[in-house]
Design a protein around this ligand. Sequence first.
Ligand code: ZN
Length: 330
Amino acid sequence: MPLPKAELHLHIEGTLEPELAFELAERNGVRLPYADTEALRGAYRFDDLRSFLDLYYGLMAVLRTERDFEDLANAYLARAAAQGVRHAEIFFDPQAHLSRGVALGTVVEGLWRALERSEAVHGVSTQLIMCFLRDESAASALETLDAAKPYLHRITGVGLDSAEVGHPPVKFREVYEAAAALGLRRVAHAGEEGPPEYITEALDVLGAERIDHGLRCMEDPALVARLVRERVPLTLCPLSNVRLRAVDALAEHPLPAMLDAGLLCTVNSDDPAYFGGYAGDNFDAVRTALGLDEDRLRELARNSFTASFLEHDEERRARYLAEVEAYEFG
Ligand SMILES: [Zn+2]
């Protein structure tokens, strides 16, 4: 039995495996520029950000109907459950679908069909977090939030993702203020490839309650002290960091130093179909490459539930935390 954990940094579009991509392509009459799943799997071994993003956005063409998004979410939840995920806060990128003519309602209601049955089918509780693409304009983010208004009962919070450098958090001040006024929780990617100042700005200007990635905080001791003092969770994605070259090798990942510093770190999978593994795979990888002992692994699992947006259901959080404490490593 795997260690129970929450997944807090997961882009649902990044869970599209080659087999499902071909199945959906056939169902929707979309032609993929790959001979078969093996050829496509080969393309997943990209070696830079550009080739990753081309593939990532190119493959989204197969996602067209509510049923497609439902199948995508169900496939993820089954894999996550098998790796010990008990609670998942799932990102989606509406602008990537709106821009190719897929309505926001199709995306949200499709995902919801899987999410509303997830506890019964997979034993995984879920939440949805709508992300804005930071390389799109602030006006586009505001339009997206506006388009989401009929679906806010399905959405817990907002996030900020995609290419970081040159797109500082301050660009999205207005849409985050509007989201807060609507009662939405707030997270943001910061300090992955962007500088530590973006983390500070995400906290102070956007009111971010969690920082996605955030590993470059280690370049600024005063920022680390603040993150520790304010118990700001960081959602790290070790295998993603290696594939996108945020770190040179897993053995050089700053996770152990970050835990030693007292940071509230969690381990997550980001875009697992593309980066070499799901939540449990990331736990296994850091355990091996960084020599994390059982106390550290249990701490990471505990942190994931502590950092979850479960304030409306503290009983559930307590139950999950009790599962972590009772877990026996094999
Ligand atoms: Zn991410």
